[in-house]
Ligand binder design. Structure first.
Ligand code: COA
Length: 161
C-alpha cells in the first residue's frame, strides 16, 4: 500500500529548509503532498496561486511530490483526502513548544491523523519565510536560503515595489 503524507504551511515563499523537509519526507513516504494554506490572517507577499506555481516548478521532475491548497482546519482536509499523517519540520527547541500545542490540539480534534516530525538540516535552523522576505526586501543576500528560482522571484517582486 502506498503512503502519502501532508506537508502543510504558508510557504510564502518556500525556503531551502522546507525543501529539505520534503526531501527527507520522500525517504519515508511514497508521496509528499505539499499543502499551501489559504491563511486569511497572514498578509502574503505571493498569492496562493503564485506559491503553488513556484513550488510546482521546483518539483517538476519529482512525480512523488504534489502541490495542493487547503482552507479551514488541517485535520479536516487530511481526513477528507484520506491522509493519516501530517509532516512537520522542527528547526530548533523553540519550535517544539508550538508544534506540541498544534499537534495536541489537532489530536483533540481527531485521532485519525498523526503528526510526524523531522529535524531540519542544520544549515536551515535559522531560516524562516518572513526573515527571508525581510532580507530580500532590503537587498540582502538570500542565496542558499531559498532555491535559485525563488530567489529570482523575490528579487523581481521587490524591484516592483
Ligand atoms: N525550514 C525553514 N523555515 C521553516 C521550516 C523549515 N523546515 N518550517 C517552518 N518554517 C517557517 C515557515 O516559513 C514560517 O515562517 P513565517 O512565519 O516567517 O512565514 C514559520 O517557520 C512557521 O512555520 P509554520 O508553523 O509551518 O507556519 P505556517 O504559517 O507556514 O503554517 C499551518 C501553519 C498552515 C500549518 C497552520 O496554521 C495550519 O494548520 N492552519 C490551518 C488551520 C488549522 O488547522 N489550525 C490548527 C488548529 S489546531
Amino acid at each position: 500500500m502506498s503512503t502519502t503524507t501532508l506537508y502543510p504551511g504558508s510557504f510564502d515563499p518556500i525556503t531551502c529548509g522546507h525543501v529539505d523537509i520534503v526531501q527527507r519526507g520522500l525517504k519515508v513516504f511514497d508521496e509528499v503532498r505539499i499543502a499551501v494554506a489559504i491563511n486569511l490572517k497572514k498578509q502574503p507577499l505571493f498569492s496562493v496561486a503564485e506559491r503553488v506555481e513556484m513550488i510546482s516548478a521546483l518539483f517538476v521532475d519529482e512525480p512523488r511530490v504534489r502541490v495542493v491548497t487547503f482552507e479551514g482546519l488541517l485535520v479536516d482536509y487530511a481526513r477528507r483526502q484520506g491522509i493519516s499523517t501530517v509532516l512537520r519540520g522542527l528547526r530548533a527547541v523553540s519550535d517544539f513548544e508550538f508544534e506540541f500545542q498544534l499537534a495536541s490540539m489537532n489530536r483533540r480534534l481527531t485521532d485519525e491523523v498523526d503528526f510526524i516530525f523531522m529535524m531540519t538540516g542544520e544549515d536551515h535552523y535559522f531560516v524562516s519565510s518572513s526573515l527571508v522576505r525581510e532580507v530580500a526586501a532590503h537587498g540582502g543576500d538570500i542565496s542558499g536560503l531559498v532555491p535559485k528560482s525563488i530567489q529570482a522571484r523575490l528579487i523581481e517582486r521587490f524591484k516592483q515595489s
